[in-house]
Ligand binder design. Structure first.
Ligand code: ADP
Ligand code: MG
Length: 729
């Protein structure tokens, strides 16, 4: 009997909700308690320093050394008053997580003792060893210096008694080695480009902000069950496991009552989030059993992304307090929904106008339509790149499957906007002017009525959907750093808006009126980018064919999808917007291919081990029980009767042998495919070899193991089954 499996099932089954101590104060009082926000700055910094810092943050200026020293002193005092003993630069290398290296506040006092010190120099800049992080060859170990530098636009915070300072991470030679640097560059670029266009409508606009509201989906699995699944521990997903008889078909989990253990966990997490200034707002069950979601109120994109990264470490920590393990993998279980992280994205001016929200006046609506049309154009131009921006070894399992966005980027607009755009595109400009005359207005406002965009005809199958006052980029994976998608999207929009402005300005210079010039260009881009608009069923096979005919990127192999980063149009766009140099793009792609290979390599090793050392021995043991039984039956009942009674066992014995033989054969094939792939030097070719030759073996091995799971005595099966992983909570 499989002792471990039954022990952990029992352990998981007996668990009770862990009570959470809720703070005595209201959330409004402890919100941001561990964040060095403006209120704390005001309290802890001299007035002059406070003014200089706020001015630098608001107007994107650099801090002088003097101010930095004064900020550091105040920040240190605040941190110490709140129990912190260490500080760290907190940055986002090209791995899945965040990086930190803690230093204590202590320094020698010169008299044999210690003082607690923290200088402006330590606040502003550090030099972590860059060669130990993925860098795609930019940093060789012999010139390993990298810099981390304070991002003053994201406030410092205290986590686990450590003052964390959000920083960018760059090489000694200036290339970015992280996600934050290019994100800040992309946001800067979209700010400039969008501000220039927004000024057509309101000359007072000074800045345009990019906003992000992420929806984090995740699974919870009891800690004991998790520990008995080496595949979950090592790879974050189950590499085998037959579907449970009941999974999500009754649709009884989504928005259902939250189980008590989970509710405790959620409350605990929410309190932690609020103390750290993460505006967590929504929590609910998701579609699959044991799948849940947390969504905050949207924020400026850089801050929202820092908060998501912080949340991803926080959620793991809080889950453990409740004897859960959180799975952020995009597809931890086959046959049920995977997890995404919808990126709700929009642009808004410093005067509080959301540029994707339809307005009340014709002028507002012309602005709205201008921004939506430009977004369509950018997404159309860079659809392959946007797909690359969300692609990873783990998200590849989710995309294209029947419950997730397809591996083709298209835009959903909804019936109302589609209709307006159709009309606009078809009308010719003479019409517009004539009609406009009749109404006594400068443009044909009939075609841009007061737009009340329906939130109702939502299309769940679209990877990029308009949802009323924003776009929802749904293809982003649950374990991803949102920055990847946000860099590509914001930079692409920036480029498009720059081009748009050039064209509109040319028309104006040629004597056209502003509104006419804007409308004419909007119509032009609507015509050009029509192919990206698709409101139908993104899961259907017809769409795949149709998308191909429309010239959209239909590549499904992850390592080849990454190629889009190096296409001439991507290189040009990233260089125009100042987000990435060609060298940076090349280095990053090396990292992407390398990561892809490594993830598959780990999975393949774990699967081989489980197949040979866990599954096959158990199948043999069960087979030998059956063989024993056959002998006994035949001894008890000789001749025909014995043959008849043993027939069923004999059949099972044979089938077990067939499955085992195929598993052995495929494992051998997989190991050989790995060996061959590992000899390839070129990272791209290696990743392709893993995709083409290793991945298919894994599917076959899994298929046969899952068949064995159905045949072998339940008491012998060593790994917790899907029904246990998904329904015990
Ligand atoms: P859904 O119904 O799509 O699951 P949720 O309420 O779970 O929506 O999450 C929607 C997310 O979108 C929230 O984070 C919300 O703050 C965010 N959001 C709302 N309006 C905007 C906007 N204009 N720009 C960016 N994000 C937004
Ligand atoms: Mg949601």
């Amino acid at each position: 009997m499989s002792k471990l499996r039954f022990k952990v099932v029992e352990e998981a089954f007996d668990r009770k909700a862990i009570p959470v101590e809720t703070p005595k104060e209201r959330p409004t009082e402890y919100y941001g308690k561990y964040v060095f926000n403006r209120q704390k700055m005001f309290e802890y910094l001299p007035k002059k320093t406070y003014d200089a810092l706020v001015d630098a943050i608001d107007n994107k200026k650099t801090l002088s050394r003097e101010v930095a020293d004064s900020v550091a002193a105040g920040m240190k005092q605040w941190a110490i008053d709140n129990g912190a003993r260490h500080y760290t630069h907190w940055f986002h290398p090209l791995t899945d997580g965040t990086a930190e290296k803690h230093d204590a506040f202590v320094e020698h006092d010169g008299k044999g003792g210690m003082v607690e010190e923290f200088t402006g120099k330590l606040l502003v800049q550090q030099e972590p060893d860059a060669s130990s992080f993925p860098n795609g060859g930019i940093r060789n170990t012999f010139e390993a210096r990298g810099y981390s530098a304070w991002d003053i636009s994201s406030p410092a915070f205290i986590l686990d008694k450590t003052l964390c300072i959000p920083t960018i991470f760059i090489a000694y030679t200036g290339e970015s080695l992280d996600y934050k640097t290019p994100l800040l560059r992309a946001l800067n670029s979209v700010d400039k480009a969008a501000t220039a266009v927004a000024r057509y409508f309101d000359p007072e606009v000074k800045h345009v902000n990019s906003f992000l509201g992420w929806e984090q989906e995740y699974f919870l699995v009891d800690e004991a069950l998790y520990s008995a699944r080496p595949d979950l521990v090592m790879t974050g997903r189950t590499l085998m496991g037959h579907e449970s008889a009941k999974n999500q078909q009754l649709e009884d989990h989504y928005f259902g009552a939250i189980p008590s253990r989970v509710e405790s966990f959620m409350l605990d997490l929410e309190i932690e989030c609020h103390k750290l200034g993460i505006p967590a707002k929504t929590r609910h069950n998701e579609v699959a059993p044991n799948q849940f979601e947390l969504a905050p109120i949207f924020e400026e994109t850089n801050l929202a992304n820092d908060h998501n990264l912080l949340l991803m470490s926080l959620i793991a920590e809080v889950a453990r307090r409740h004897n859960f393990r959180v799975l952020l993998h995009e597809k931890p279980f086959a046959g049920i929904n995977g997890s995404g992280k919808h990126n709700n994205w929009s642009l808004g001016t410093d005067k509080g106008v959301l540029l994707y929200a339809p307005g009340k006046t014709p002028k507002d609506n012309l602005q709205f339509i201008t921004f939506v049309a430009n977004t369509m154009a950018a997404v159309h131009r860079h659809n392959g790149l946007l797909k690359a921006s969300i692609m990873s070894a783990t998200n590849a399992h989710r995309l294209g499957a029947n419950e997730a966005p397809p591996a083709i980027i298209s835009i959903f607009l909804g019936s109302q906007l589609s209709e307006i755009f159709d009309k606009l595109e078809k009308s010719d400009s003479d019409d517009l002017i004539e009609l406009a005359g009749k109404k006594g207005l400068k443009i044909n406002v009939d075609q841009i009525p007061e737009i009340m965009v329906d939130n109702t005809d939502r299309n769940r199958t679209s990877p990029f959907a308009f949802t009323g006052n924003r776009f929802e980029f749904r293809a982003v994976g649950s374990s991803a750093n949102c920055a990847s998608a946000m860099i590509a999207l914001n930079a692409a929009i920036a480029e498009q808006l720059m081009d748009f402005k050039t064209k509109v300005d040319a028309r104006i210079a040629a004597g056209e009126g502003l509104d006419h010039a804007l409308l004419a260009e909007v119509k032009e881009i609507l015509r050009e980018s029509k192919a990206i608009h698709f409101d139908g069923n993104g899961y259907s096979d017809e769409w795949k064919e149709e998308a191909g005919r429309r010239g959209l990127d239909c590549e499904t192999s992850a390592p080849k999808i990454f190629d889009a980063y190096l296409s001439p149009s991507s290189i040009e766009m990233f260089s125009k917007t100042g987000v990435f140099t060609k060298l940076e793009l090349e280095a990053r792609n090396e990292v992407k291919w390398e990561m892809y290979t490594k993830k598959l390599q780990i999975e393949a090793r774990v699967l081989g081990d489980l197949a040979i050392n866990h599954v096959i021995p158990v199948a043999i043991r069960y087979q030998s029980v059956l063989t024993d039984n056959v002998f006994k039956l035949k001894t008890l009942f000789p001749n025909e009767k014995g043959d008849k009674l043993a027939a069923m066992d004999l059949d099972t014995i044979e089938r077990i042998s067939t499955h085992m033989a195929t598993i052995m054969e495929e494992v051998k094939k997989m190991v050989n495919a790995r060996k061959a792939a590992n000899k390839i030097d070129d990272e791209r070719e290696k990743a392709i070899a893993y995709h083409d030759n290793v991945l298919p073996c894994m599917d076959v091995i899994r298929y046969h193991i899952d068949k064995l799971e159905l045949m072998v005595d339940d008491e012998m099966w060593p790994l917790p089954k899907y029904r246990e992983l998904l329904f015990i909570r």
